[in-house]
Design a protein around this ligand. Structure first.
Ligand code: ADP
Length: 189
């Protein structure tokens, strides 16, 4: 199995590249943001619970995410691997993912961090707000999401550095050139 995590702040291009990588290597793309937005659209019990949290830019509670993780992975028993995008976002989520991997006798091969300067990040998020009209892409909420990232998610860098699986890849350039750098990193296990 090849399991990868795409790591980085909002707007860094994780979703775009994770989808491409998953398709190219025939892996299952797990975007927790997309899964939660779909739950909201379908007005499921979970969707109704998380709607306001997401709109405010805060994190959805870990227990919900851990359930989403378990459900999603159990739906793909024969998968060649998973590309996690937007997950884990807290230490507790990272530990839950490690436990799941252990239970299935596999591991995370690499945590790939896309690196983009902050002014470029903000520019991309503002553009996405215009293009997609997401409720969490307003200036105020974007600011909050970046603060939440610094506080809860950034500490995971050390967690994965200690495991020697954290790799930084420049996230500026064309979508194709970034994808090419990612393939090099992925194939160089
Ligand atoms: P982005 O692409 O900007 O990083 P996502 O689409 O991944 O954003 O996530 C949007 C929102 O969904 C988050 O701001 C958060 O409220 C919620 N969410 C997604 N994944 C998680 C997670 N792993 N833990 C907690 N909340 C999450």
């Amino acid at each position: 199995m090849l399991n990868l995590i795409f790591f980085g702040p909002p707007g860094v291009g994780k979703g775009t590249q994770a989808a491409r990588v998953a398709k190219y290597y025939d892996l299952v793309h797990v975007s927790t943001g997309d899964i939660l937005r779909e739950e909201i659209k379908l007005e499921t019990e979970l969707g109704l619970k998380v709607k306001d949290i997401i709109a405010s830019g805060e994190l959805v509670p870990d227990e919900f995410l851990i359930e989403v993780l378990e459900n999603t992975c159990s739906k793909h028993p024969g998968a060649k691997g998973f590309v996690f995008d937007g997950f884990p976002r807290t230490l507790r989520q990272a530990e839950a993912l490690d436990e799941l991997m252990k239970r299935q006798d596999c591991k995370i091969a690499k945590v790939i961090s896309l690196e983009v300067p902050e002014d470029e990040l903000l520019r991309r998020l503002v553009n996405r707000a215009i293009e997609q009209g997401r409720t969490d892409d307003t200036a105020e909420v974007i600011k909050n999401r970046l603060i939440v990232y610094q506080k809860h998610t950034k500490p995971l860098i050390d967690y994965y550095k200690r495991k020697n699986i954290f790799i930084e890849v420049p996230g500026v350039g064309t979508i194709g050139s970034i994808f090419a750098s990612l393939c090099k990193v992925i194939e160089n296990h």
